[in-house]
Design a protein around this ligand. Structure first.
Ligand SMILES: Nc1nc2c(ncn2[C@@H]2O[C@H](COP(=O)(O)OP(=O)(O)O)[C@@H](O)[C@H]2O)c(=O)[nH]1
Ligand SMILES: [Mg+2]
Length: 439
């Protein structure tokens, strides 16, 4: 398994389809495609060819063949795409021919890994491609596309370049202290470090929106038994996901539904009603409700308008929570619950549900809305940038020029790990493991 192998994989989804795309990449692609397709087609043009078994000459399929000579290909190597008829026997036959001609099946993410190793994209852009394939909602798609297109690569690349210059200045100040170079080189390096650090700190102060958009927002529905939590979950989901019953204590485990609000993926978690439960199973359900609420990005505190607010749920009414007065078909909503004006709703009649949805969309946008600016999307990015900014602070206050220089170098290494320029062998497997075969 070396990077010199020529690899192939099914790049389209499994199963039957009108078309299946086999992708080939590596040094031997030229000869392999020429033998399989009876000659090498014109570069980057779709050519209709008969693919033939290299030993028997039997026709395997008639396919569109695209030839992408390196280095201006996705992987940076000579590569090709074969657009076959999308059936399992066709894919198996052509795959078998490719293997007979010396190619081997690719590992997950191997094409993009090669693209990275050949300098076609940096690590953040490679991650953007994985996210684009995984994107389920509109806002996720936009964020991933921006990152795949190099928005973070450009930003972090520019920071690395500036830092390299600062380091060069600092080194020059040390090396040529006795020569007649400008004497303020060291000071200029420190000022530059401070400016750069301020930019990194501002970039980090994004409220975690990019990461949350990538992972999804978690909303926990909390309230007393019978307040109407499960009814509200079902109304928002548009289906009967949770059991609704007049009997208190029906919902005992956490029931979750996924939906998209304002293009943001949201997990809505219905929980067991909060009360003193005698039943052991219900007690565990209530423990889980609390745990989910603690992990949640947003708490929906549900009260029944015809019942006095219960202390257990009131404890969750914080300035960030969304407070609901349900069952307004039975009684008017109180003006304030725990100091917050509740949204009046009725899961039974549907009153107020549009307003609730609008409010939840606004919350989803606030928590994870795709900004137009480049936002970081992974804990890995946050960790590396936090480290870089700590080293920059170190450089600003270092007492000796040599120490300032060391700190700048460490900051540069942290940025380098982010984009994949230095010391990344250990993170490559982690990143490319998330890819599917054929990408
Ligand atoms: N009148 C009225 N009844 C409701 C409303 N929402 C829920 N219910 C009823 O209240 C009971 C408890 O509802 P459920 O959703 O299971 O509450 P949970 O225990 O909080 O999950 C059921 O009989 C529901 O039909 C509402 O808006 N108005
Ligand atoms: Mg319930």
């Amino acid at each position: 398994m070396t990077a010199a192998d020529t690899i192939f994989a099914l790049a389209s989804g499994g199963g039957r389809g009108a078309i299946a795309v086999l992708r080939v990449s590596g040094a031997e692609s030229r000869g392999i495609i020429a033998r399989l397709a009876g000659g090498l087609p014109t570069a980057r043009m779709a050519s209709l060819r008969w693919l033939r078994d290299p030993t028997t000459g039997d026709a395997l399929d008639q396919a569109l063949v695209l030839w992408f000579p390196g280095p201006k290909s996705y992987t940076g190597e000579d590569s090709a795409e074969l657009h076959l008829h999308g059936g399992p026997a066709v894919i198996a036959a052509v795959g078998g021919a490719l293997a007979a001609l010396g190619a081997r099946p690719a590992e997950a993410g191997e094409f993009t890994r090669r693209a990275f190793l050949n300098g076609r994209l940096d690590l953040t852009a490679a991650e953007g491609i994985a996210d684009l394939i995984a994107a389920e909602t509109e806002a996720q798609r936009r964020q991933a596309l921006r990152q795949a297109d190099g928005a973070l690569a450009k930003l972090y690349g520019a920071w690395s370049e500036r830092l390299t210059r600062l380091l060069a200045h600092q080194e020059a100040a040390i090396e040529f202290a006795e020569d007649d170079l400008p004497t303020d080189l060291g000071d200029r390096a420190r000022d530059g470090a401070a400016t750069l650090r301020a930019e990194i700190v501002a970039h980090l102060a994004d409220g975690g929106r990019g990461e949350r958009l990538r992972e999804g927002v978690l909303v926990a529905i909390l309230g007393a038994p019978n307040a109407g939590k499960s009814s509200l979950l079902n109304a928002l989901a548009g289906r009967d996901a949770a059991i609704v019953s007049a009997r208190a204590g029906t919902t005992r485990d956490v029931v979750e539904v996924r939906l998209a609000l304002a293009g943001v993926p949201v997990t809505l978690a219905d929980t067991a009603g909060l009360r003193e439960a005698a039943d052991e199973i219900e007690q565990e359900g209530i423990r889980r409700a609390h745990r989910r609420a603690e992990e949640a990005d947003l708490v929906l505190a549900v009260f029944a308008a015809d019942t006095a607010p219960d202390a257990e749920t009131l404890a969750w009414v914080t300035p960030g929570a969304v407070v609901l007065a349900n069952k307004v078909d039975l009684a008017p909503a109180p003006g304030k619950i725990g100091g917050v004006a509740p949204l009046p709703v009725s899961a039974r009649t549907g009153a107020g549900l549009e307003a609730l949805r609008t409010r939840l969309e606004a919350e989803a946008r606030r928590l994870a809305g795709a900004a137009d600016a480049a936002v970081l999307t992974r804990p890995r990015h946050r960790a590396a940038l936090t480290e870089a900014s700590a080293w920059l602070a170190e450089a600003e206050t270092a007492l000796l020029p040599e120490l300032a220089s060391e700190a700048l170098r460490a900051a540069l290494r942290a940025l380098g790990r982010l984009t994949g320029r230095v010391g990344v062998e250990d993170v490559l497997d982690v990143i490319f493991r998330d890819f599917c075969i054929g990408k």
